[in-house]
Design a protein around this ligand. Structure first.
Ligand SMILES: Nc1ncnc2c1ncn2[C@@H]1O[C@H](COP(=O)(O)OP(=O)(O)OP(=O)(O)O)[C@@H](O)[C@H]1O
Length: 279
C-alpha cells in the first residue's frame, strides 16, 4: 500500500535560514497527524513542500523527494512530471481562507471539481447537475448548505474553513493538508472546524495532516504528533506522550506559546476524539 505522503530528506533554505532541515516523514493512508511547533519552526514551509507549492532545495544530504500515494510531487528541487496527478489527491485548507470571496460558496466548492473536468468547461463555470449535487451534499456534510448561495466573503472565518473542507471533499482528496486552519478563529469556531476535519477524515478514510500552534488541540484530536523546532522534526510519536514538561524539554521558553491557559482547555467530542483519550 502506497503511503499517503512520504518526504525523504527534504530541506528548504531561504537565504541563510534553513526553514526545513532534512525532514523525512511517512503518513499512512487514512492516518491523522498533528504538526506542532512554535512560530517559525517550519510547519507552513513543510506543508507547502508536501503539496508542491514550493520547491525543496536541489542540493543537500538527500534528493528531497516528495511522494503522495506513490505519485511523485517533486525531487531534487524540481516539480515532477506527474505533479498534477499527485495534487488531485491532495486537498488544501489554509489559515488564510484561500476562497474567492466574491464568488458564491457553491462555486468555491465546485472549484474542487476542476482537477477532473476539462479546463474550458471549468473556466466557463459550466458545471453539470451531478457536480452541483455533489457540491451541495459536501456543503450539507460540513453543516453549511444553507449558505450555498451567499458570497464566500459573507461567511465567518470558521464557516469559510468549512467551505474549504467541502471543496476538498468534492475534489475527492485522499489526503488533506491543513495549515493552521484554526489560527484566527475563536475557540467555538476552532472546535467546530477541528470536529469537521476529523469527522471528514474518519468517514471518508482521508489522511489528515493539520499544523497547529496550540498543542491542546493536537492532543485532543490526534493520536500521532510530529513536533518541529528550527526546521527539524524533534518528536514523532504518540500524542499521549505530549505534556507541559515534555514541551518545555523540546522548546525551552518558547513552549509557553504552545500551551493554552487552563480555562481554554480543549475537549474533543467523543466521536472526534483520538483513541488515547477514550476510556
Ligand atoms: N518565503 C519566505 N522567505 C523567507 N523566509 C521565509 C519564507 N517563508 C518562511 N520563511 C522563514 O522560514 C522559517 C519557517 O517559517 P514557517 O512559516 O514555515 O514556520 P511556521 O512554523 O509555519 O510558523 P508560524 O506558526 O508562525 O506560521 C521562518 O523563520 C520564516 O521566517
Amino acid at each position: 500500500m502506497a503511503a499517503a505522503l512520504q518526504l525523504d530528506r527534504v530541506s528548504k533554505t531561504y537565504g541563510a535560514m534553513r526553514a526545513v532541515d532534512n525532514v523525512s516523514i511517512l503518513i499512512r493512508e487514512g492516518e491523522r497527524v498533528a504538526l506542532i511547533g512554535a512560530s517559525g519552526s517550519g510547519k507552513s514551509t513543510l506543508i507547502r513542500l508536501a503539496s508542491g507549492l514550493i520547491l525543496a532545495d536541489a542540493q543537500g544530504s538527500g534528493t528531497g523527494a516528495v511522494h503522495a500515494f506513490g505519485l511523485k510531487v517533486q525531487e531534487s528541487g524540481r516539480l515532477a512530471s506527474e505533479v498534477r496527478a499527485a495534487r488531485r489527491n491532495i486537498g488544501l485548507v489554509f489559515q488564510q481562507f484561500a476562497l474567492a470571496g466574491r464568488l458564491s460558496v457553491m462555486t468555491n466548492v465546485l472549484v474542487g471539481v476542476l482537477g477532473r473536468i476539462g479546463a474550458l468547461r471549468g473556466t466557463l463555470g459550466l458545471f453539470n447537475a451531478d457536480e452541483k449535487r455533489t457540491a451541495y451534499a459536501a456543503l450539507a456534510e460540513v453543516g453549511i448548505a444553507q449558505h450555498a448561495a451567499k458570497r464566500a466573503r459573507e461567511l465567518s472565518g470558521g464557516q469559510q474553513q468549512r467551505v474549504a473542507i467541502a471543496r476538498a471533499l468534492v475534489q475527492g482528496a485522499k489526503l488533506v493538508l491543513a495549515d493552521e486552519p484554526i489560527a484566527s478563529l475563536d475557540p467555538k469556531s476552532a472546535k467546530r472546524v477541528m470536529d469537521t476535519l476529523v469527522t471528514m477524515s474518519r468517514d471518508h478514510g482521508i489522511a489528515l495532516v493539520v499544523s497547529l500552534h496550540q498543542v491542546d488541540y493536537a492532543t485532543a484530536y490526534f493520536d500521532r504528533v510530529i513536533a518541529m523546532n528550527a526546521g527539524r522534526v524533534v518528536f514523532d510519536g504518540p500524542a499521549s506522550q505530549i505534556n507541559a514538561a515534555f514541551l518545555t524539554e523540546l522548546y525551552g521558553a518558547s513552549a509557553e506559546e504552545l500551551i493554552l491557559p487552563s480555562q481554554f482547555a480543549v475537549a474533543a467530542p467523543a466521536d472526534a476524539a483520538p483513541s488515547h483519550t477514550l476510556s
